[in-house]
Design a protein around this ligand. Structure first.
Ligand SMILES: *Cc1c(COP(=O)(O)O)cnc(C)c1O
Length: 456
């Protein structure tokens, strides 16, 4: 079934999303006030059944005990098709009974964020940037939330002293040049608290870039007023990633909020999650990225759905994501193509996944295919010498490149290491007592080519 976009109506000459009968009598002034929207969020079977013809499984979900928190702003609820249980907006925020049923691969903290947390709320997984969880509150709650283990729980919210500890860690960790504020949703914080936090971050000289991840523009566009934009603009360079999954979410209200943010000089990106029944088709993804770039939002990541409790029914095979990437790359503007990533279970960080374009290689030649299936050969130079600076970098001797940093495959390129081994690998393979078939074989055990040829 093709999802119809909502036809805007005119109110005082401005395009707005038509308001359901339930809220017809609410004065515009209240409807457009983010505080009214926050305090009138829907979360019970009774409230939602006044708006939507709920299915039995939705009723089951709304009555189940112990599910992830439910809250939907009236504005976002007004985008729901009351008669279509497959409505992509509806599926993102109304729970189903099956949320309570676990699936085989489910993990408690699937990204191992807790293990990478030096102080409460900080996740320092990458060398030069950190994820800073500043609140557990959101404007509405996504049913597939990757952080449902902490998000939505008021009693687990971060305190001012947590924030102070986070700031102190950052001030004492000079390799961090990029701080990503997330949660929960930083833009649900009291304006003064957010201001103080940004100010404290900006007082740390080595922090070059501050980023905010927020779904407030989507759930609560009323919050993106001139005052907030002016406040954010005090802390440039400040980047913002929003979270839109389906073109139906891009309303005149969201467009105006994005325009305000853009005009405040904030570069905008979008992080979408690949969700079964919501956006798992190339057609929907193409329409989504086109609508995003029309609003000056660059599609940044498309996430494979994480292995979290309650999200099993949203998962797709990875091949569905690869098909989508195949349909985007080359077929539309390069800047409209997000990077499809799997956030590694167990905590490896984001791993990009894409169709293969390198088909084959021989000395001096690379065989490639394009998005149409056209196959070509690129002839490589035969006289290439690595520049001195590039050599220094590879050897880990470049200026400012800390020996202790995570280098990964670069050490294989430089010849510094020959292999990267899983834990316990050597012990497992130390089966022969002599360590080789011949005594010489034992000596030939190598850890890098440099040992083989020290003069290289
Ligand atoms: C996603 C993420 C970041 C930011 O990653 P980018 O690829 O730079 O956007 C940083 N830290 C953690 C823990 C993350 O999950």
């Amino acid at each position: 079934m093709v999802v119809k976009s909502i036809k805007p109506v005119l109110a005082n000459g401005v395009e707005v999303t038509p308001r359901p009968a339930l809220w017809a009598d609410v004065p515009d002034e209240q409807w457009n006030d983010w505080r009214w929207q926050m305090s009138h969020r829907l979360n019970t079977l009774d409230e939602l059944s006044q708006l939507i013809r709920l299915t039995d499984e939705e009723k089951e979900g709304l009555q189940a005990q112990g599910l992830f928190r439910i809250d939907i702003t009236p504005y976002f609820a007004s985008l729901i098709d009351p008669d279509d249980p497959t409505c992509p907006v509806r599926r993102q925020v109304i729970p189903l009974g099956r949320e309570a049923r676990a699936f085989e691969a489910v993990m408690a903290d699937s990204l191992a964020e807790d293990a990478h947390s030096p102080v409460p709320g900080l996740v320092h997984r990458y060398p030069d940037r950190v994820l800073m969880l500043v609140t557990t509150e959101c404007a509405s709650y996504c049913r597939y939330c990757t952080r449902s283990r902490l998000v939505g729980d008021n009693s687990a919210n971060f305190s001012s002293s947590d924030h102070e500890e986070q700031i102190e860690y950052l001030a004492n960790t000079p390799q961090v040049r990029d701080v990503l504020l997330s949660g929960g949703d930083p833009l649900t914080m009291a304006p003064r608290r957010l201001y103080n936090l940004l100010k404290a971050l900006r007082s740390i000289p080595h922090i070059e870039v501050v980023r905010i991840g927020s779904r407030v523009p989507v759930f609560l566009p009323q919050r993106i007023d001139d005052e907030l934009c002016a406040m954010l603009a005090e802390f440039h360079p400040l980047w913002l990633n929003i979270h839109v999954n389906h073109p139906k979410e891009i309303t005149p209200e969201l467009s105006r909020a994005l325009d305000r943010l853009s005009r405040a000089g904030i570069p905008l990106g979008n992080q979408a999650v690949l969700l079964r029944g919501v956006n798992d088709s190339p057609e929907v993804q193409l329409e989504l990225v086109h609508k995003l770039v029309k609003n000056r939002v660059r599609p940044y990541y498309l996430y494979q759905c994480d292995l979290v409790q309650g999200a099993g029914h949203f998962r797709t095979p990875v091949s569905v994501g690869i098909e989508i990437m195949e349909a985007l790359r080359g077929h539309t503007s390069g800047f409209a193509v997000p990077t499809y990533v799997i956030d590694a279970p167990g905590g490896g960080g984001k791993i990009p996944v894409a169709p293969n374009y390198v088909l084959s290689q021989s000395p001096g030649k690379v065989v490639l295919r394009n998005y149409e299936g056209f196959i070509t050969t690129y002839y490589e130079p035969t006289d290439y010498d690595r520049s001195e600076r590039s050599q220094l970098w590879l050897e880990g001797r470049a200026l400012g490149r800390d020996e202790g940093l995570q280098k990964g495959v670069a050490d294989l390129h430089s010849g510094k290491r020959l292999t990267i081994k899983p834990e316990g690998f050597d012990a497992l393979h130390q089966r022969g007592r002599a360590g080789g078939i011949t005594k010489r074989g034992r000596r030939n055990r190598l850890d890098s080519y440099d040992e083989l040829n020290p003069n290289r």
